[in-house]
Design a protein around this ligand. Structure first.
Ligand code: FE2
Length: 319
């Protein structure tokens, strides 16, 4: 049986079947995964017992691996991030909606995360399709944000540094390497041509060239889109579940409800390209956004129906 994709979420997520990631990845399967990732945005591979080396090889099949400047990595293997949380080491900073590493000039195209130890209950990861989240905005708001740029920053990691002369100078070095970065608020997905809402509350600090108060309230509205259940898929991890997400089109939130239980996850991150906004994109490749049925549309809603017994003949007339 060959590789196949079984859609499990309405707006994103497919389980990938008929593949054993412990074996080297044939080119045809790699291509199918690359296409499937763009289409489904989140791919879930169950029961994949693979070594950390295999996970890195799997990641390298899709591009160069990136090294996270702040995340905990395995000694001598900087491209392999290991989240090892238990009673002594609570999870830090992943319970915020984000796309990975958008503080970079070229944020990653994808991330692969493999569950080694999972808690008895809790510890899910929630994903949101930010292309559907974009399509769920009103046409008027889309028109407003289509040409905007936003500034992304390493702000959540600044808390790692203490208020000592050594840490302050260390932080300055990082700030020089990762200065605030500007990305389009709406990016065009390089494979599907879909528009993606590309601001997140972890790294996006303001809309460029906008009054501070206006920027804060607009960002608040845009950040809210990831919270809408219709755009989400909640992944329940089992040991040896590998998830790969298209970091160009989804955001995610790691639910910290499992602590103090243990949870160990290995991660590799695949380098991406600079996000392209609508102005810079080739118009022939940009898809027209779908219009979703929102609460403002009343088709299908029931007409109010007066029950005769409920009408009070002696009701006083409105004054
Ligand atoms: Fe993340």
């Amino acid at each position: 049986m060959g590789i196949s994709f079984r859609r499990v979420g309405a707006n994103l997520a497919a389980e990938v079947e008929g593949i054993d990631l412990a074996a080297p990845l044939p080119d045809a399967d790699r291509d199918a995964i690359r296409d499937g990732l763009a289409e489904h945005q989140l791919l879930i591979f169950r029961d994949q017992v693979i070594s950390s080396d295999r996970l890195m090889e799997f990641g390298r099949s899709f591009g160069e691996l990136s090294v996270h400047p702040f995340a905990p990595h395995v000694e001598d293997t900087p491209a392999l991030i290991r989240f090892e949380n238990d009673a002594e080491t609570p999870p830090f900073g992943t319970d915020v909606w984000h796309s990975d590493e958008t503080f970079r000039a070229a944020p990653p195209m994808a991330t692969a995360l493999c569950a080694k130890v999972v808690p008895e209950v809790g510890g899910d990861t929630v994903f949101a399709s930010m292309s559907t989240a974009y399509e769920g905005l009103s046409e008027r708001l889309r028109a407003l944000i289509d040409g905007l740029q936003a500034v992304h920053d390493i702000k959540p990691f600044k808390a790692i540094f203490e208020d000592t002369p050594e840490d302050r100078s260390e932080l300055q070095k990082f700030e020089a390497i990762y200065p605030p970065m500007t990305h389009p608020v709406v990016r065009v997905h390089p494979v599907t041509g879909r528009r993606v809402l590309f601001v997140n509350p972890q790294f996006t600090i303001r809309i460029k060239d906008m009054d501070e108060r206006e920027s804060a309230s607009l960002l608040d509205t845009l950040f809210h889109q990831a919270l809408i259940p219709e755009y989400q898929y909640r992944l329940h991890w089992r040991p040896h579940t590998l998830a790969m997400w298209d970091n160009r089109s989804v955001q995610h939130y790691a639910v910290h409800d499992y602590w103090p239980q243990a949870r160990i996850m290995d991660r590799v991150t695949i380098k991406g390209t600079r996000p392209v906004g609508l102005e810079a994109a080739d118009p022939a490749t940009v898809k027209r956004p779908k219009t979703l049925i929102t609460g403002a549309v009343s088709h299908g809603a029931h007409k109010p129906h007066l029950v005769e017994d409920d009408i009070r003949e002696d009701a006083p007339a409105a004054e």
